[in-house]
Design a protein around this ligand. Structure first.
Ligand code: 13P
Length: 260
């Protein structure tokens, strides 16, 4: 059985104090939900939060008591040295991060990250024993000219195909159609299923069936308490990477409950 995951990408939101307060609220709700789940046979998915860098170490400490993982939203493609303003994978590992998001479309579009840079970052993350959420997704323009499948194939090839099957065990893929991010316009459950199934077939073609069956593929893009249940009910959707709705503990909890 592959892992079901619901992850919250806070992006550039919340000061240290606001973030700590929000986590405290969330953990209180989580405690309550865990008590309700007892004896139901249902299991929570893996929960990961991705706060801004400044909060990673403290969030990881706070999360210890709960079964919640903490990750970072980016890392440097370089190991260490004179790279002013960068944060290395090794620093994140030392801060007790377990995951790093790489290849997010906001990094690709606003900070000019290419597939080659993403591939390099993935290598740094693995050297530091971090797990990776690798994001792929097509733009509206690409979808309008029916280029969504070749676009995703190209991203998968250039970001992931240099990895070994063993390394692929530490990769989670997030399909985030750019036109659905922060727009309130989500992919339909059918569109998500179609692309997730396609991604699995590409992974199977390059690696093998086992790798493709075991890899978790998350959907991201305006996923919220209203639409999460239908999206998560699709057979190839293993959870979500949640932006806006993860900034409200109640909404994030509702999205998590939608996968139970
Ligand atoms: P929204 O949920 O705000 O659309 O963001 C999705 C996303 O980019 C998660 O990484």
């Amino acid at each position: 059985m592959r892992k079901r995951i619901v992850a919250g990408n806070w992006k550039m939101n919340k000061t240290h104090r606001e973030g700590v307060e929000m986590l405290a609220q969330f953990f209180k709700m989580l405690d309550f939900e865990i008590s309700l789940l007892e004896d139901t046979g249902k299991q929570l998915p893996e929960i990961i939060v991705f706060p801004p860098f400044l909060l990673v170490a403290d969030a990881a400490m706070l999360a210890q008591g709960w079964d919640v993982k903490v990750g970072a939203q980016n890392c440097s493609s370089e190991k260490e040295g004179a790279f002013t303003g960068e944060i290395s994978a090794n620093m994140l590992k030392a801060a007790k991060a377990g995951y790093v998001i790489l290849g997010h479309s906001e990094r690709r579009n606003y900070f000019h990250e290419t597939n080659q840079i993403v591939a390099k970052k993935i290598d740094r993350a693995f050297e530091s024993r971090l797990q990776v959420i690798c994001c792929v997704g097509e733009s509206l323009q690409q979808r309008e000219v029916s280029k969504e499948f070749p676009t995703i194939t190209h991203q998968l090839e250039e970001c992931l195909f240099h990895l070994t099957k063993e390394q692929m065990k530490n990769v989670v893929i997030a399909y985030e159609p750019v036109w659905a991010i922060g727009t309130g316009k989500n992919a339909t459950p059918e569109q998500a299923q179609e692309m997730h199934n396609y991604i699995r077939s590409v992974i199977s073609g390059k690696f093998d069936k086992e790798t493709s069956e075991n890899i978790s593929i998350l959907y991201g893009g305006s996923c919220n308490p209203q639409n999460a249940k239908l999206i998560f009910s699709q057979p190839d959707v293993d959870g979500g990477l949640i932006g806006g709705a993860s900034l409200n503990p109640k909404d994030f909890m509702e999205v998590i409950k939608a996968i139970l």
